[in-house]
Design a protein around this ligand. Structure first.
Ligand code: HEC
Ligand code: HEC
Ligand code: HEC
Ligand code: HEC
Ligand code: HEC
Ligand code: HEC
Length: 507
């Protein structure tokens, strides 16, 4: 039988599952299994334990899934390499093994069932994982505590502010995919910066990267609200032996910006509901504003500039004023030593406060807080030493209890408002709401911004434009209210010039 066809060599296959028998895939499988186990265990701990530890979150929702995916990648890589090797060495031959599914065969039905079951479980697990990972990356824990040294100043001040129940992302990211992606891209760089210690101290202010207030603040605060007048009393103690009190009671004319909800005028007149104010700042911190344009409801445009500013302005450089140009520290307020000590001295009825009968305590307290310290531990010791030295027990035997309390209060003030490791404190971050220690409103309302013909300037230095001084002084003087407003009586000498020329917050 010469013309009999020679027997076809049977296409060679690897033994079942043999393709996985390689070191790469095996370690991959091990990695997937152990990270899934870790994930299950950690999420149980996270769900059941009552402590919120940021590291549990990071490991559960970021590190474990990362390793699971790394494991999967290893498995696939191992299979590919193994196949290639097997083909080269002739261990397998022929084309790809033919693939047939025959639902009439019970074995195939069983396999298909298992396949569907496994895919569903896999999909569910990844869905839960990615949902959890997404949520975790949006949480205050992640933003504020994960790199906790870096974010400590922002987190601590946030926890003491009126927005402590608002999560970081509601102001810093807001809703919508576009800003989410932007934030994650920026976030990836930040992780690198933190890992390699490349971040600036203090962390720069991100107003450039913040979304317009309409998309964040105004999701909760209704811009049309008519706020009207607010009654505010500011209490001070002078730097004298007797710590003389001095108070100012102001009616803040906050007003409103929408005629359908109240008279338009007052401080909230600037808001974009009716009027539009645009400006150009010549520095990154937006402390110098040489050019301002206002467009009123009728569309009439008026431009103001300082005398030395002659540049041609481009639309792209302008910023439209919104909530954050005045309320720029709604969540992270660093109290100045002056203000924090005034507050602590103005509440004598509480036990944990500074006793204003200690001679020179205002001056000494501000002095102790404003020394430069390299870290918190040294600062707390330094404060205790300075205060204890100024009130030794032989000279002030009866006041030792007050001295001890004052030290405690000052240390608390320091911990809440000063972050030497991050170089963050009141003097690093401008607060634009007033005009006492930063130019604030006077960046525009300084009388120097005029129209080109010089005929009109932005309303300025009349002390009763933005608020009326109802009462000032101490004791009985504070009961003499003048609804029309009094002339400001600066304590001590009459002064000239901008308040922040002399007042630094550490006076
Ligand atoms: C109510 C809104 C709001 C919330 C909530 C909020 N921030 Fe901010 N944050 C701001 C604004 C506005 C600025 C810009 C400040 C400026 O321009 O002076 C800012 C600035 C920052 C900065 C830059 C440094 C600085 O102090 O200017 C960091 C970092 C920061 N926030 C982190 C956080 C973290 C972390 C959380 C959550 C723990 C958080 N923020 C919650 C509004 C918010
Ligand atoms: C998720 C909702 C939410 C967002 C977003 C939000 N706030 Fe608030 N805001 C609140 C709540 C709640 C309070 C506290 C109200 C109270 O206790 O009377 C508050 C209080 C305030 C106050 C008055 C108290 C104070 O600290 O002086 C101001 C001003 C303020 N927010 C400004 C802002 C600004 C500016 C932004 C945007 C950067 C913003 N808010 C974003 C919910 C929000
Ligand atoms: C021109 C500066 C300026 C702009 C712009 C501005 N505010 Fe105000 N706002 C003030 C001042 C000043 C006060 C008075 C309270 C104070 O001194 O803290 C105030 C008061 C408030 C209060 C009441 C605070 C309280 O303690 O009851 C809220 C809430 C508020 N503003 C929210 C907003 C929101 C939201 C926006 C943006 C839509 C906005 N403001 C825009 C300057 C401004
Ligand atoms: C970017 C510049 C700018 C800043 C910053 C600014 N303003 Fe104004 N403000 C203006 C302009 C422009 C007008 C309209 C000027 C005019 O009509 O003379 C105005 C008008 C006003 C008015 C009069 C509104 C009316 O009834 O006509 C008040 C009150 C006021 N501002 C308060 C404040 C307070 C308080 C702050 C600080 C928290 C502040 N402004 C910060 C630009 C600014
Ligand atoms: C452009 C509007 C505006 C003008 C003009 C203005 N103020 Fe104010 N002033 C404010 C605002 C807004 C605050 C509230 C700051 C805050 O909420 O902490 C304030 C706060 C104050 C305070 C309390 C300061 C603090 O932080 O302890 C004093 C005192 C004061 N003003 C005095 C004056 C005097 C004196 C003048 C006249 C030279 C004047 N103001 C003119 C807007 C103005
Ligand atoms: C030429 C410098 C100078 C200027 C400008 C100035 N002050 Fe003062 N101010 C002082 C000195 C010095 C004291 C006394 C500080 C002390 O004894 O504690 C003082 C005290 C005060 C106090 C009493 C409590 C405290 O903070 O110690 C207030 C309130 C005050 N100034 C408000 C203002 C306001 C508002 C303006 C702007 C309209 C202003 N000052 C402008 C130098 C100045």
């Amino acid at each position: 039988m010469a013309n009999e066809t020679p027997p076809q060599p049977e296409a060679q296959r690897l033994p079942r599952l043999g393709i996985f028998r390689n070191w790469l895939s095996l370690s991959g499988i091990l990695l997937v299994a152990s990270s899934l186990f870790a994930f299950v265990l950690l999420s149980l701990i996270d769900a059941l334990a009552n402590v919120s530890n940021p590291y549990i979150g990071i490991f559960t929702y970021l590190v474990a899934p990362m390793f699971a995916f790394l494991g999967l990648a290893l498995v696939v890589l191992g299979v590919v390499l193994r196949r290639r090797r097997a083909r080269k060495s002739g261990e397998i031959s022929g084309g790809a093994p033919s693939f047939q599914v025959d639902l009439a065969r019970p074995r195939d039905r069983r396999l298909l069932g298992w396949f569907l079951f496994a895919s569903t479980v896999f999909l569910l697990v990844t869905a839960v994982l990615s949902y959890k990972t997404y949520h975790f990356s949006e949480s205050v824990t992640f933003c504020g505590e994960a790199c906790h040294k870096v974010m400590e100043p922002e987190l601590v001040t946030y926890q003491h502010g009126s927005h402590a129940r608002v999560s970081c992302v509601e102001c810093h990211i807001g809703s919508g995919a576009q800003w989410f992606v932007k934030a994650k891209i920026a976030g990836t760089y930040q992780v690198y910066a933190v890992a390699f210690n490349k971040y600036p101290r203090p962390v720069p202010t991100p107003i450039k990267n913040l979304r317009p207030a309409q998309e964040t603040c105004e999701q909760c605060h209704w811009p049309s609200k008519f706020v009207g007048n607010l009654d505010r009393t500011y209490n001070y103690f002078l730097g004298e032996e007797t710590n003389t009190p001095f108070s100012v009671r102001l009616t803040m004319k906050v007003g409103g910006a929408d005629p359908t909800h109240g008279p338009v005028g007052g401080i909230h007149w600037h808001m974009n509901v009716g009027n539009k104010v645009q400006y150009i700042a010549s520095d990154d911190a937006r402390q110098k504003i040489p050019w301002v344009r206002m467009t009123d409801k009728q569309g009439v445009v008026t431009e103001f500039r300082t005398p030395t500013f002659t540049n041609v302005v481009a639309e792209s450089e302008m910023r439209t004023m919104d909530c954050m140009d005045c309320h720029n520290r709604p969540a992270h307020k660093y109290m100045s030593p002056d203000r924090a000590v005034n507050l602590a001295m103005s509440l004598p009825s509480l036990p944990d406060q500074i006793d204003r009968n200690l001679p020179w305590i205002k001056t000494n307290a501000v002095f102790a807080l404003t020394r430069s310290y390299t870290n918190q531990t040294l600062a707390l010791q330094g404060i205790a030493t300075i205060i204890a030295e100024r009130y030794p027990s032989d000279k002030f035997p009866a006041a030792q209890e007050s001295v001890r309390r004052a030290i405690g209060v000052l240390q608390k003030i320091y911990k809440d408002n000063f972050f030497p490791e991050m170089n963050a404190s009141w003097d690093k971050y401008p607060d634009n709401i007033g005009h006492m220690i930063w130019p604030g409103c006077f960046r525009c309302h300084d009388g120097k911004h005029t129209t080109a013909d010089g005929k009109r300037s932005i309303k300025a230095s009349d002390c009763n434009t933005c608020h009326t001084i109802l009462a000032q002084g101490k004791g009985e003087e504070l009961n003499l209210l003048t609804p029309g407003g009094q002339k400001f009586k600066h304590p001590g000498d009459e002064v000239d010039g901008a308040c922040n020329d002399c007042h630094t917050g550490g006076l």
